[in-house]
Design a protein around this ligand. Structure first.
Ligand code: LLP
Length: 404
């Protein structure tokens, strides 16, 4: 049976730790991890957790304990990964648009590096030549993903070196004798169709024979999870068999087997997360009944930023009659979480929970309106532990220098 935390327990956690509160369920992360491992057990595959989804250090340590590697998008994520105990050769640093000095820092830390521009690839060649292996992030010119804001592989996207510029990549590789160990693509987030990954493989296989030192093909992340009842999620077993078939039907260069890498973020942590809030105000108006919770897009930006759907339950009144509400926050800007949503009757001080909030929830939070960021709790082996303290007023002033 799928792992979840009961409404009653969520209410207890709300009483114990206060709201707004992010709650993560360790066993659910494990369940998702095992789904991946089992589906790909017959394939030569390694998973790097895309930690941009959620970087609490305890989550990183827990995911490491499961046996995953880690994918980082900034040098600070790389340093957090080292702090969490990942070995440098388990840390993939897939950068974009960064200064060469950050690439040098990643190299000095011993991380695996994917470079996504011709200029940085050239600088890498000039400085390190063949002394350190490198990966190349390519843009496959494939349109995929849940919406344009999270699509990264299309021909207008800033990410990666367009495959159409492969001759220039090869020229730099030849000129500096670069050891290209991996080719990387990431077409977007929330890709439900397994065939998109096969399309990516086909694009890569056209150019693979030109890279003599290749060991890994990195297909990025982007597996879709179900946010809404009836939502289709990426069929992981189908993906594993399609990827297996695609590799079997392409001869490996020099007869050497290529290992496949994936970088799942949402898939591992999204469903493990619950965002718990308390209702401040119920405001009946002729146009709508507004429910204002003790939060806003400063804590969960996905609905406003991506029009993302998060299921909302009134866990204080689960038997109440359903009514339609517009759920909003307390931010001095429109911060609607849901329009005309059917929810069990809401009273002031009820707890509303936003489901599927583990990925890009806390991680994208801010102090807008000088409000404090929420606390985080990890539930593991039936035990809740505070893993991030709620901010205090002092945190708002911490890095400010009062010069007046
Ligand atoms: N690898 C690379 C290079 C990426 O850029 C990303 C996500 C991932 C892996 C992981 O993708 P995932 O498996 O989590 O879909 N904030 C947005 C999602 C942005 C994803 C950015 N890159 C959201 O909340 O929907």
């Amino acid at each position: 049976m799928s792992q979840s935390i009961s409404n009653q327990y969520l209410n207890e956690l709300g009483e114990q730790f206060g709201t707004p509160l992010y709650i993560y369920h360790g066993e659910k992360i494990r369940e998702q991890w095992l789904k991946l491992k089992q589906a790909f057990s017959g394939n030569n595959t390694v998973f790097f957790y895309a930690c941009k989804a959620l970087t609490n250090i305890n989550i990183l340590k827990y995911i490491r304990s499961l046996g995953a590697n880690i994918d980082c998008s900034s040098i600070y994520e790389g340093r957090l990964a080292l702090h969490a105990g990942f070995a440098p050769n388990q840390i993939l640093y897939t950068s974009n648009g960064i200064s060469f000095s950050e690439i040098e820092e990643a190299k000095n830390l011993g991380l695996i590096i994917n470079i996504d521009s011709l200029s940085n690839l050239k600088k890498f060649g000039q400085k390190f030549g063949s002394s350190y292996p490198v990966g190349v992030r390519l843009r496959p010119n494939i349109m995929a993903g849940g919406n344009l804001k999270i699509s990264t592989g299309h021909d207008k996207s800033k990410f990666g070196i367009p495959v159409t510029q492969i001759d220039q990549v090869l020229e730099i590789v030849r000129q500096y004798g670069l050891l290209v160990h991996d080719l990387h693509i990431h077409t977007g987030s929330e890709i439900k169709d397994a065939h998109i990954f096969v399309k990516g493989i086909e694009v890569l296989f056209d150019i693979v024979p030109q890279f003599n030192d290749l060991k890994f093909i990195d297909l990025g992340g982007g597996f879709k999870v179900s946010y809404k009842q009836g939502d289709i999620e990426t069929d992981i077993s189908l993906l594993a068999s399609e990827v297996g078939k695609a590799f079997a039907s392409h001869p490996n260069p020099g007869g050497r087997p290529l290992q496949v890498w994936f970088e799942p973020g949402k898939f591992l942590v999204s469903e493990s997360g619950y965002f718990l809030t308390t209702v401040n105000v119920v405001k009946e108006t002729p146009g709508a009944c507004f429910v204002s919770v003790d939060s806003g897009f400063n804590h969960l930006i996905r609905p406003m930023f991506y029009d993302a759907y998060h299921h909302i339950d009134n866990i204080s009144n689960p038997e109440g009659p359903f009514r339609k509400y517009t759920v909003v926050g307390n931010i001095c800007e429109t911060d609607t979480f849901a329009w005309d949503r059917e929810i069990n009757e809401v009273r002031e001080e009820d707890h509303l929970v936003f489901r599927n909030a583990g990925a890009y929830g806390f991680e994208m939070s801010s102090n807008f309106n000088s409000r404090l960021r929420p606390a985080e709790v990890l539930v593991l082996d039936g035990r809740p532990q505070l893993i991030r303290k709620r901010e205090t007023f002092q945190d708002l002033l911490r890095n400010q220098l009062e010069v007046l």
